[in-house]
Design a protein around this ligand. Sequence first.
Ligand code: NAP
Ligand code: GDP
Length: 325
Amino acid sequence: MSADKKVVLVTGGTGLVGHAIQTIVQQEKRDDEEWIFVGSKDADLSDRDQTKALFNKYRPTHVVHLAAMVGGLFHNISHNLDFLRKNIHINDNVLQTSFEAGVVKVVSCLSTCIFPDKTTYPIDETMIHLGPPHPSNFGYSYAKRLIDVSNRAYHEQYGCLFTSVVPCNVFGPHDNFSMQSSHVIPALIRKLHDAIERGKLGSPEKTVFTVLGTGRPLRQFIYSLDLAKLFIWVLREYNSVDPIILSVDEKDEVSISTVAENIAQAFDFHGEIQYDSTQADGQFKKTASNAKLRSYMPDFQFTPFQQAVNDTVQWFKHNYNTARK
Ligand code: NAP
Ligand code: GDP
């Protein structure tokens, strides 16, 4: 191995974002980087000894830290304590072991979900800690915010280059399509797919597409393969401890009802879309500014939303038997 070859360990490498980074890295085929993608079967990162053993095995020079307990609004509402504790343990183990192993750079993952609930818009990187998060996901939010606090402390005390990115809501191939724990796009894709299939089997019930909540909340969504390209750029080029938001532009924010219509279009479904307004809406919006990202990458082209939804639906149909559900 040449002296300056990077060995990049990707924790959470078996998930939605990890798979997308694998896809882009495989397309690039660079020989100055070796990439290693690991999941929870390789090591439970909430366990300190297993984390150390993993780092001893691979001896990374760089770490992309994706591993986390991740879920949509409804899973967060019912598991705030688990999200808090699991993620605090995973993050502390990964950052401290990276420090002890002399890792040159760590890029961890926050989320626009962790932003303050009561705030002005758009939210930028300087506002992450300026007020409590939405009560629906305070466990996940505080655990994630502590990554930024830790990064600053490792830098101040030891000069480490541990940084973080802040993606908006992510979707794409290899997402979690479980009805209990998934985010809105995979949940709605699974729901409509299964409703259409029941209809084909001759179910006497009319095929209705049920969306939870009012459909009015607004969200920014990024296609996982776009996020992967930006993540790799951060690993190679972005050398500040301060977080950087990786999101589509503010003008590309959409309502949940628009998302449902885009998914219906991808399935060529022309039946009824119903809104169950007895269910939670969560935070109304979390509009994030990507001005900092745009200052580095003014010309980055995000995949058009309908195209990314179509590709994800096609992937789900083709991989229905093996997809995470
Ligand atoms: P995901 O598909 O659910 O994947 C989670 C990954 O973490 C999997 O590889 C999983 O391994 C691993 N993992 C979970 N618990 C672990 C443990 N105890 N030890 C070791 N590995 C563990 O999640 P994702 O959507 O790709 O999320 C990746 C990162 O992006 C996370 O940090 C998340 O907070 C952040 N993020 C996600 C979104 C989104 O909308 N999805 C938005 C903003 C930020 P196995 O599958 O092998 O069990
Ligand atoms: P968030 O963006 O962090 O709030 O998480 P989600 O990706 O779970 O999106 C939640 C938003 O989608 C809320 O406004 C929900 O009311 C709405 N939504 C509509 N139907 C569903 C569904 O079946 N599952 C989920 N998770 N959210 C849904």
